[in-house]
Design a protein around this ligand. Structure first.
Ligand code: GLN
Length: 447
């Protein structure tokens, strides 16, 4: 009731929810109470959450913030929805706003309008998980799910003073999560602390036979090791992440955090990830290529928007897709189709896959020397709404520090490390495969 009331009074300003499921939330809360009264349930039973509107929820619209799916009601639940709601007992408050099909860094491509940053409503909350972070930062949900294909958990967490973690590729099931770029997409969580994030990530992780890329490996305990000392932790500082382009005020916050971590016993080494400047161009070949293929299913025939204007089959495809997809999604489909087309495939797509391997090799070498890598999450604090909407390339460059982790498949998180001009600054921690517990431990010790 507390959260539903806050949503009612504050969300008209923030626009963080696409759908609020008040009756269902209250019924689920009653069921959680009954479970707890029987001595059943766990640490999350009865704790409400918001779900990013990219996760399929039976009986509740799953729009992916697109006109294409404005009236789509899924006949099944995503695996993480089952795990968090049915199994862990978390009542869902509603479905959260996002960039259309998770394509964006500012939550301005949503069919349902932009989300505002609760720290300054003239600024963006980051994207694509802008609704998830705005809701948690403003106290309209204690925690929220999110997804990260190139930074969509970490960058918005940084811009709203939250802790967000993208686990190792394959750690959390993608079943029922609407696909953007399947080899990069991972689900995770945004929360107010590393401890909250650990609890929720623990509950959503694990092998799922319904996702062929899910890893069949036991889930580590993420909560118990939070209290461990980080004395002797080896931290790498990649030269390329502290070069030109990083705002001086952001840098000062990160330097402050490095000082704090030294006091806790961590040691620091400078290192190089030489191929990191290639991560944005590589991503903007691989991600649109996969998106163009994934989004081919929205043809106006099987589900989703169907144009009323079409006179023949060809027109049905053209008009349904032309009306259903916004400009950024159409741009990605065109880029992706181009780089996969005969004659360009070798020059772009295949080349990008080779560079992707080099980016992965940089991390492999780095983790022979250090336990975690630390750097900024974003180049600067939250920018003004509309500031980058006319310039897609400057928007794409937002993701310069976050994309490499997706290309390599490694876990990465963002946590708050200070303020510049009253706006939150985040720092990023990257770890080796399946080192989520270590990242969360460092973040909890710092917090
Ligand atoms: N901003 C990036 C993009 O637009 C990343 C999005 C994401 O992680 N979903 O592709």
């Amino acid at each position: 009731q507390h959260y539903l009331k806050r949503i009612e009074t504050l969300d008209p300003q923030l626009n963080s929810y696409i759908t609020v499921t008040a009756d269902q939330a209250l019924a689920a809360a009653d069921a959680a109470d009954a479970r707890l009264a029987r001595g059943e349930g766990g640490p999350l039973t009865g704790i409400p959450l918001g779900q990013k509107d990219i996760f399929c929820t039976t009986g509740v619209r799953t729009s992916c913030a697109s006109r294409m799916l404005d009236r789509f009601i899924s006949p099944y639940d995503a695996t993480i929805v089952k795990k968090l709601q049915a199994e862990a007992g978390m009542p869902m408050l509603g479905k959260l706003n996002m960039d259309e099909f998770a394509m964006g860094s500012s939550n301005e491509t949503s069919w349902y309008g932009p989300v505002k940053n609760p720290w300054d409503v003239t600024r963006v909350p980051g994207g694509s998980s802008g609704g998830s972070v705005a809701a948690v930062a403003a106290g309209l949900a204690p925690v929220a799910t999110a997804t990260d294909t190139g930074g969509s958990i970490r960058q918005p967490a940084a811009l709203t003073n939250l802790t967000g973690i993208k686990p190792t590729y394959g750690r959390v099931s993608r079943y029922g999560m609407i696909a953007f770029a399947s080899s990069l997409d991972q689900a995770g969580v945004v929360a107010r602390s590393a401890e909250d994030a650990a609890q929720v990530l623990q509950a959503m992780s694990g092998f799922d036979p319904l996702d062929s890329t899910s890893m069949d490996r036991p889930v580590d305990d993420l909560v118990a090791p939070l209290g461990r000392s980080i004395q002797g932790l080896r931290v790498g500082l990649p030269r390329e992440y502290f070069a030109d382009g990083l705002d001086a005020g952001v840098r000062a916050c990160i330097d402050g955090a490095i000082g704090e971590l030294k006091k806790l016993g961590a040691t620091f080494t400078e290192l190089s990830l030489p191929n990191s400047p290639l991560s944005v161009p590589t991503y903007y070949v691989v991600a649109p290529a996969e998106a163009s293929s994934n989004l081919a299913r929205f043809d106006g025939v099987r589900y989703g928007h169907r144009s009323a204007q079409a006179k023949n089959l060809e027109e049905l495809y053209e008009k349904s897709r032309g009306e259903g997809f916004g400009p950024e999604v159409q741009r990605r489909i065109m880029i992706g189709t181009y780089v996969l087309s005969h004659g360009y495939y070798d020059a772009y797509y295949l080349q990008a896959q080779k560079v992707r391997r080099l980016i992965y090799d940089d991390f492999r070498r780095a983790f022979e020397q250090v336990d975690v890598i630390l750097g900024p999450t974003a180049t600067d604090v939250a920018f003004k709404l509309g500031a980058k909407t006319d310039d897609p390339v400057s928007m794409y460059l937002n993701d310069i520090y976050t994309i490499a982790a997706n290309l390599a498949g490694i876990p990465a998180m963002s946590l708050p490390c200070g303020f510049k001009d009253g706006l939150p600054v985040g720092m990023q921690l990257m770890g080796n495969f399946f080192d989520e517990a270590k990242l969360l431990n460092v973040a909890h010790q710092y917090q």
